[in-house]
Design a binder for this molecule. Structure first.
Ligand code: AMP
Ligand code: ZN
Length: 130
């Protein structure tokens, strides 16, 4: 991301109306159990894990839902998926298997409106999901 984009993001994160939980985690304003970070992505353990291994991979930049992802974000979303695979592998779940989930809006149960990829592993995961 260039300096203008970075400045815009920083400005956005300081606006009083920008009250996003995951932006605050990314900014370090709220503590989290971080498992990965780079210039574009941030990953941390879910506070209410639904499996022995449950992490969330999020873009540092605020994107509300999968509906808000544009063609220009293809690289970012690809990096999120590849990071999910890398984290699963690092924690020993590549061969056993794991699940990646983007919940989008009400029927999927999305509760935090900052794009996040769930990575779940360590138990058999039912299909179809509830
Ligand atoms: P979703 O229901 O797909 O929007 O997922 C949001 C996830 O964020 C849930 O699994 C929550 O347990 C998780 N979550 C909420 N607050 C925190 C937090 N402070 N730290 C880590 N995970 C959180
Ligand atoms: Zn956000």
């Amino acid at each position: 991301m260039g300096s203008i984009g970075r400045a815009a993001r920083q400005l956005c994160d300081t606006l009083p109306m920008h009250d996003c939980l995951f932006c605050k985690l990314v900014a370090g304003q709220i503590p989290s159990a971080v498992v990965y970070r780079d210039d574009d992505l941030f990953a941390f353990r879910d506070i209410n894990p639904q499996a022995p291994f449950h992490v969330l991979v999020v873009p540092r930049r605020h994107i509300s839902t999968l509906n808000d992802v544009s063609a220009g974000d293809d690289g970012l979303v690809g990096a999120m998926l590849r990071r999910a695979a890398a984290l699963a592998a690092e924690h020993g779940y590549a061969e056993r298997g794991y699940r990646t989930v983007f919940n989008c809006n009400a029927d999927a149960g999305q509760t935090v409106f900052h794009l996040h990829l769930h990575v779940l592993a360590g138990r058999g995961l039912a299909w179809p999901p509830g």
